[in-house]
Design a protein around this ligand. Structure first.
Ligand SMILES: NC(=O)c1ccc[n+]([C@@H]2O[C@H](COP(=O)([O-])OP(=O)(O)OC[C@H]3O[C@@H](n4cnc5c(N)ncnc54)[C@H](O)[C@@H]3O)[C@@H](O)[C@H]2O)c1
Ligand SMILES: [Zn+2]
Ligand SMILES: [Zn+2]
Length: 387
């Protein structure tokens, strides 16, 4: 089959690989009908998360069940499903306590420490050997383990584009807001108007926010956030100034909730890059620092943007003094997806209005480049295999 294979940083190739096979009795093989490129894939593309050998990429995908293992219970050949991006077994301690991203079974590198280059909880499709070494879904076919726990059937009448983002970015944006437990009427500031940030802004309204502010360095992304998420927008060049503006907009106190939907690859200067190298940090935590600075006292900061290393001078004193609540991590998609499918099916939310580049799978190497470089107003790429 054809697939998108990572070889080295900035080198993704459309090439022929072996077809996936059923390996365990609760596996299914999907014929992929749609798959997307995620901001998380860019961390591999840009070499921030190392991958020593070629790997089929992709953790946002959906498709049609083509083949089933002998112990798959509720699915049948021909079913159309979306698949949560974390691989979770469904029966270990963490899976049975609604913490699927810490699954103890899906990753041979599992461990309690959460170390830098060892010891991860859970696993992700197409996301480095460290995260389980599973082939991803930017391919014509994909093996989906734990098929009794992950895949969800798509209700009739919904197109691929309408439901594809239930695999990752909408549940991720939803988590960022759910973790803040809104009571109603809060001001939510979301740093980042990429796909995840915009989904968090949509989720904020649905969970009762009174005001939603989207922040980014790219004007075209802010314009999109204003249109599709009805957010107030704020162009940031200097994050200290952005914090001041957020305070001015909120009676001097700051937003009730700040979401970091940027992560370690925030735009930075040469001096900031040199500083990071000195401290052996990958990327920067400048957006996270801005969240802690901006949020009102006793407010909540949630972090869905990815961070991969320790960071020097982490502002612990400020978090303590302000009494900030903090939650971060991979999104527990399994916990939310059924409710979120309902929201899409009942037209309470539209997800496909952020797609900027629907392309054939063969165009993925080009798509990685324009998504990474933010060329051609690229916001979200959806790839169709077989075209
Ligand atoms: N926690 C999870 O489960 C999960 C799931 C999906 C994605 N992610 C992560 O979420 C983050 C965002 O993903 P995405 O797909 O939206 O990626 P993206 O790269 O398209 O979005 C990042 C956005 O941040 C903006 N940005 C850069 N510097 C900034 C700054 N200084 N201030 C404000 N905005 C700035 C960029 O212009 C861009 O729009 C990534 O780190 C990704 O890995 C996490
Ligand atoms: Zn993703
Ligand atoms: Zn498990």
């Amino acid at each position: 089959m054809k697939a998108i294979v990572y070889h080295k940083p900035k080198d993704m190739r459309f090439e022929t690989v072996e077809d996936p096979k059923i390996e365990k009795p609760d596996d299914v093989i999907l014929k992929v009908t749609s798959t997307a490129i995620c901001g998380s894939d860019l961390h591999i593309y840009n070499g921030l998360l190392p991958q020593p050998k070629p790997m089929v990429m992709g953790h946002e995908f959906m498709g049609i069940v083509e083949e089933l293992g002998s112990e798959v219970k509720d699915l049948k050949k021909g079913d159309r499903v979306v698949v949560p991006f974390p691989l979770a077994c469904g029966h270990c301690y963490f899976c049975s306590h609604a913490m699927p991203t810490s699954c103890e079974s899906s990753n041979d590198n599992y461990g309690p420490e959460g170390g830098l280059l060892t010891d991860k909880g859970g696993a992700l499709f197409g996301y480095t050997d460290l995260y389980g070494g599973y082939s991803g879904g930017q391919a014509e076919y994909v093996r989906v383990p734990y098929a009794n726990f992950g895949p969800r059937r798509v209700p009739d009448g919904l197109s691929d584009d309408q439901v594809l983002f239930l695999t990752d970015i909408f549940p991720t944006g939803w988590s960022a807001i759910d973790w803040a437990q809104l009571k109603g009427g809060e001001t939510v500031a979301v740093f980042g108007c990429g796909p995840v940030g915009i989904m968090a802004q949509k989720a904020a309204w649905l969970q009762g926010a009174g005001r939603v502010i989207g922040i980014d360095v790219e004007r075209y992304r802010l314009a999109k956030a204003a249109t599709v998420a009805n957010s107030e927008t704020l162009l940031t060049e200097d994050l200290k100034e952005t914090v001041d503006i957020l305070r001015q907009k909120t009676g001097g106190r700051g937003p009730d909730v700040c979401v970091d939907a940027v992560g370690m690859e925030a735009q930075r200067s040469l001096i900031e890059k040199a500083n990071a190298a000195l401290h052996v940090e990958r990327g920067t935590m400048k957006v996270l620092e801005a969240c802690f600075s901006a949020v009102r006292r006793n407010g909540t900061v949630t972090v869905v943007g990815v961070y991969g290393t320790p960071f020097h001078a982490f502002p612990l004193h400020q978090i303590f003094d302000k009494g900030i609540k903090v939650q971060m991590g991979q999104a527990p998609v399994h916990n939310y997806i059924d409710h979120l499918i309902e929201l899409v099916a009942s037209s309470k939310v539209v997800l496909n209005d952020i797609i900027s580049h629907p392309l054939p799978l063969s165009q993925a190497p080009y798509a990685y480049e324009i998504f990474n470089e933010k060329k051609d107003d690229c916001l979200k790429v959806v790839l169709k295999p077989g075209t």
